[in-house]
Structures are given as structure tokens and as C-alpha cells.
Write a protein that binds this ligand. Structure first.
Ligand SMILES: *Cc1c(COP(=O)(O)O)cnc(C)c1O
Length: 421
């Protein structure tokens, strides 16, 4: 393989005993590739964020719910959070115990609540009406409530989940109503949680949110946990030298808040955080094959099989990802040119990355979209009747193994029922 620009993956030996060209030749394209060692490292960094003895990390599985990945996170001793019955099922399958799963529900049916209750999974509800529904469904049960203490943050307006412009959480001014419903159904309010939004690189909104939650928590006497949510950012512009989140500084400040809260509360209850992206994003690279290059006016387009059905983030969030270029054989000229990388879906917004300066790409090259391990495969779809890609894991011994099969045309057609014509 010719190394045209692969510095980021070279530096961490991302591909282990193999390389991206062999992976695509062996497993097909497009292909999500994950590195086990990186997942474990990030999980440990989160576990070590605080020195508080009852500090726990809930992995937010919506970032990446591949079962093998959940197994790795489980083996690192993390807890897990779920957003649907399907995620609960995947987490149980991966080996998590029900008591280590927190179901953060949002506008769910009675049946979905019952699914979690039957599995002994704690539910967090998101409104007074859902708390009433929980009370009617499981009187005397244990429940958590998601609050919205008014702080929001995120990389795009679509991922800010705190503050008055979002649908999430119960406004703290309704705390008396929460207490009343809890009493009415003889419930036990075991936890309160919140989530300010996804991807902060500056610690202050997170800390502000945590302080608000601790202030709120002292109003409730029987809590077993306070959950401060996720949103920990990762540097997406590694080629540009973007700095990592300063976990040391954040951890020290968080510790001070926790210690003060525990003193006020008088009980050493669990304090949780809930990172999704931080644990899985950097463990994943999305590989795709270049099938065409062309000019439309001054713009050079590189046409790949990485459509928005495979990778939605750039179209949905205008997200920016670094791209590497790999070549089996041919020119090793690394002179740069500006290109826009696009996919194979019939949509103008079907863009992987705009105006990148990359070595001159030719047909047959493989491109690697970095930091694609969170909100990557999980947001893929069959739009345009495209097949969702396979997923491969590079084990710690450097060997690649298949962890999810690529969709098939037969599988795609199977759910349909034909009618009589
Ligand atoms: C999405 C989500 C998370 C994880 O967010 P990240 O930005 O991936 O860390 C945590 N908690 C809740 C409630 C969420 O909705």
C-alpha cells in the first residue's frame, strides 16, 4: 500500500496487522472499521475522570450499539444507558446486567415501559405525563426523572438538549409536581439525570449543568444516583492539530463539585456521567472506494460509495471529518489539490467532506473518514435501497474480525409483501 496521507492512523497503528486496502479487498466497501484498543483506552479515561469512590460511567449506546462494541465496554466495567427497547435487548445480549442499564426514555408507550419493567431495568422519564404513565403502569416502582436545568451546549443546534428551546427534561420549577406524583403512586425516586447536549470542547457548560443538578438533587431525599449526562467532545480535526478536551482540569473541578455535594447530601450516593461519542468516535474509521472523479466548473468532485445512507453526519449536522487517502499501487505523488468528496445517493446534500486539500485522488483509491465510530453506522439506513455496510473490529492482537454482516439484496426485499395485480 502507498501511504499518501495516513498519518493519524499510522501514529496509533489503527489497522493492526492489516491495512485499509486489504480490509476493503477482503470485507468489501463501504466498511466500518473499529479498533478495540482505542475503545478500551477511552472507556478507561472516562472511568478515571473522577476520584470519587461511587463514580460510575454509563456508556450511551446510541453512539454505537454494535454488540461486540457493547461487549468490550461491558468488560471494562462500565454501566450502560439505553434509549429504546431495542438498545436494552442489545445490551442484555452483550452481557450487561439489568441493574447496570438505565433506560432514558422519551415519549414512550406503555408497552415500551413494560418491556423495561419486566426486564428489571430502571427507567428515567422525561415529563410529568410520562411520570404519571409510569405510576399507573408500575405503582410502587423505582423511577428516575430527567430534568432540564436550563443549560445547553453542542456542536450544532440539532444536538443541544438542555435549555428552553429543546423538548427534553422536566423544568426544575415542576419539582413539587414530581414529588406529588411520586407520592400518589407510592414510587421511589431513585435518580435524577440530565444531558446538556452533544460535543463540548470547553468544560464550562458541563460544569455549570452539573452544579445546577447538584443544587436540584438536595431537594430529593431518597436518591441513589445523580446522572450528569454526556457530551464530552473529541477533536475531529486531528490533521489540523485540534487539542483534546482537558480531562485533567475537568475531572479536578468535577471532583470538587461532587465532594461538596456529597457533604451537603449526607450520603455517598452514586454520581454518573454518560458519554457516548467520547468512547466510540475515535475508535472508528469508515472506508470507502473511489469510483469516479470529475470537474463541475472549478470544483473537483471525488465520487465514492460513502453515501448519506452509509454516513449521515455531514448531511445532518454539517459535521467535518478528516479524510485519509490509501492507494494499492501507482503514483506516490503527494502534491495537494482541493476536492469535495461525495457519495452515491441521489441528493445534492450527499456530501462526505467539502473543500479538502488532499493528494490527487484517482479511481480505485480507498478513502478513510476518521472518527466515524460514533453516530456513524447507527444512523445508516437503506435509503435508495442501499445496503448497510459491514463492520469489522481490529482486535488488540491486531487481527481483523467481522462483527456485523453487510446487508444483502435478499434481506432488503424480505419484509415486503407483494399484492395481487
Ligand atoms: C446522546 C445522549 C448521551 C450521549 O451523548 P454524547 O454526546 O454521545 O456523549 C448521553 N445522555 C443522553 C440522555 C443522551 O441523549
Amino acid at each position: 500500500m502507498i501511504r499518501l496521507n495516513s498519518t493519524v492512523t499510522d501514529q496509533c497503528n489503527f489497522y493492526g496487522n492489516t491495512n485499509p486496502i486489504s480490509l476493503v479487498n477482503d470485507f468489501g466497501s463501504p466498511l466500518y472499521v473499529y479498533n478495540e484498543g482505542i475503545i478500551r483506552e477511552r472507556a478507561r479515561e472516562m472511568k478515571n475522570l473522577s476520584t470519587y469512590k461511587n463514580f460510575r460511567v454509563n456508556y450511551s449506546a446510541k453512539a454505537n450499539s454494535s454488540i461486540a462494541l457493547l461487549q468490550i465496554v461491558c468488560s471494562e466495567g462500565l454501566d450502560v444507558e439505553a434509549m429504546s427497547a431495542g438498545e436494552i435487548a442489545a445490551e442484555l445480549e452483550a452481557g450487561f446486567k439489568p441493574e447496570n442499564i438505565l433506560y432514558i426514555s422519551n415519549n414512550v408507550s406503555v408497552d415500551e415501559m413494560k418491556f423495561a419493567i419486566d426486564k428489571n431495568v430502571t427507567i428515567s422519564v422525561d415529563s410529568l405525563s410520562q411520570l404519571e404513565q409510569y405510576g399507573r403502569t408500575n405503582p410502587g416502582g423505582r423511577v428516575a426523572v430527567r430534568f432540564n436545568p436550563g443549560v445547553g451546549a453542542g456542536h450544532h443546534e440539532k444536538v443541544v438538549t438542555g435549555g428552553s428551546e429543546t423538548k427534553f427534561g422536566v423544568n426544575p420549577e415542576y419539582a413539587p409536581e414530581v414529588k406529588a406524583i411520586v407520592e400518589k403512586y407510592n414510587l421511589k425516586l431513585v435518580g435524577i439525570n440530565h444531558h446538556i447536549g452533544s460535543l463540548f470542547m470547553d468544560e464550562s457548560p458541563y460544569l455549570e449543568g452539573a452544579a445546577n443538578m447538584f443544587k436540584l438533587a438536595v431537594n430529593f431525599k431518597d436518591l441513589e444516583f445523580v446522572d450528569l449526562g454526556g457530551g464530552f467532545g473529541v477533536p475531529y480535526d486531528k490533521q489540523g492539530g485540534e487539542k483534546r478536551l482537558d480531562l485533567k482540569s475537568l475531572g479536578a473541578k468535577l471532583d470538587a463539585f461532587i465532594n461538596e455535594f456529597i457533604k451537603n447530601y449526607g450520603k455517598e450516593i452514586v454520581v454518573k456521567i454518560e458519554p457516548g461519542r467520547y468512547i466510540s468516535a475515535e475508535s472508528g474509521v469508515l472506508l470507502g472506494r473511489v469510483h469516479a472523479t470529475k470537474f463541475n466548473g472549478p470544483n473537483k468532485y471525488v465520487g465514492t460509495d460513502l453515501g448519506m445512507s452509509t454516513f449521515l453526519r455531514p448531511a445532518m449536522y454539517d459535521s467535518v471529518h478528516n479524510v485519509e487517502v490509501y492507494r494499492e499501487s501507482g503514483s506516490s505523488d503527494t502534491a495537494l489539490e482541493e476536492v469535495t468528496i461525495v457519495g452515491n445517493i441521489c441528493e445534492t446534500g450527499d456530501i462526505v467532506a467539502k473543500n479538502l486539500n488532499l493528494p490527487k485522488i484517482v479511481e480505485g483509491d480507498v478513502v478513510g473518514v476518521l472518527d466515524a465510530g460514533a453516530y456513524g453506522f447507527v444512523m445508516s439506513s437503506n435509503y435508495n435501497n442501499r445496503l448497510r455496510p459491514a463492520e469489522v473490529l481490529i482486535r488488540e492482537n491486531g487481527q481483523p474480525i467481522l462483527i456485523r454482516e453487510r446487508d444483502t439484496i435478499e434481506g432488503l426485499l424480505k419484509p415486503f409483501k407483494k399484492i395481487t395485480i
